[in-house]
Design a protein around this ligand. Structure first.
Ligand SMILES: [Zn+2]
Length: 324
């Protein structure tokens, strides 16, 4: 058992990442393939099976040398059935029998969870979470995702929506309409697209001197990275945007911490590349909104694994499910 391996799969809209890991979570091999979303995403599962079988042959390994396969996927994941539906960036509109097909195609046991939960498990196990039993994770990308680990296990809730921190309401007065149908969700202001939206609206009302304002008035495209870069060089409007966004983030994370009191709140995803500039501002708002005992015992940190969090967390899923 001890020298058996794990396979972690991180299914995304543009690439599928794979890794072979030891039971301690050390990556021994990794590779990736492009995600072929054509024909309603029907090529995706067969290409995962082929990619795994091909690598095993390459390394002269067999299915019985593995504990199993774990995978993180976008969309709504049915943990028990191992199915996925509604992953629109994969063109998966109908129910996908991922577990059934991959177990049949590889001869290995398979377990699946949603991608943000799996990234949370990765950061918790081998990253900023230091393998603590209580870790809250938020990922700031095109959307805002989250994963809540309490007593060493993910919280899923009764219908799999536990940890949807992107849809915590942070603006109760004229909040933006969210893709979920609700107004004022954290995702509408703190995702990469949300930050751009906040910048555009604040620029309309801003009358001072600002490179960010001039850029927007000239009709040039901006990104959340551009907003952060301009704030770092002291552009007054960009600083106001960053303050607003980090206040919302600090508020939402403080309220999550007030409920869960984790060891760490870990911030990952593309927007977190803004680094300490982001972290110090979020932390200030976090501390202003946390219950005193939580403020003293829960620390906010940046994620450390980058885009390896997914395959590592996926491997943990398999270890947790199949190593007794
Ligand atoms: Zn929402």
């Amino acid at each position: 058992m001890a020298d058996k391996k794990l396979i972690g799969v991180d299914l995304g809209g543009t690439t599928i990442k794979f890794a072979i890991l030891t039971l301690d979570g050390d990556i021994q091999q990794r590779w990736s393939i492009d995600t072929n979303i054509l024909d309603d995403g029907t090529h995706i599962v067969p290409s995962i099976i082929d990619a795994i079988n091909h690598r095993l042959k390459l390394y002269d390994m067999t299915a019985d040398q593995f504990i199993g396969i774990g995978m993180g996927s976008p969309g709504s994941v049915d943990l028990e059935a191992g199915t996925v539906i509604g992953a629109f960036n994969l063109n998966w509109k109908t129910l996908q029998y991922v577990k059934r097909d991959i177990e049949t195609g590889t001869g290995m046991k398979f377990v699946i969870d949603n991608d943000a939960n799996v990234a949370a498990l990765g950061e918790r196990w081998k990253g900023a979470g230091e393998n603590e039993a209580d870790v809250t994770f938020i990922t700031l990308g095109t959307g805002v995702g989250g994963g809540l680990i309490a007593n060493g296990q993910l919280l899923h809730g009764v219908a799999g929506s536990g940890g949807e921190i992107g849809h915590v309401t942070v603006e109760t007065h004229n909040g933006y309409l969210c893709t979920c149908g609700k107004h004022g969700c954290l995702e509408t202001v703190a995702s990469a697209t949300g930050i751009v939206r906040v910048a555009r609206d604040m620029a309309e009302e801003y009358s001072g001197n600002s490179v960010l304002k001039k850029t927007l008035d000239d009709g040039e495209e901006i990104s959340s990275k551009i907003v952060f870069d301009m704030a770092k060089s002291n552009d007054p409007l960009a600083l106001m945007v960053v303050d607003k966004v980090t206040n919302y983030l600090g508020l939402a994370l403080a309220n999550a911490a007030n409920l869960l009191n984790p060891s760490f709140v870990v911030i990952g995803g593309g927007v977190s590349a803004a680094g300490d500039f982001l972290l110090t501002r979020v932390d200030k708002a976090f501390k202003a909104n946390t219950f005193p005992n939580v403020r003293e015992t829960t620390a906010v940190r940046l994620a450390t694994l980058g885009n390896e969090a997914g395959v590592i967390g996926a491997a943990w899923l398999a270890r947790n499910a199949f190593v007794k």
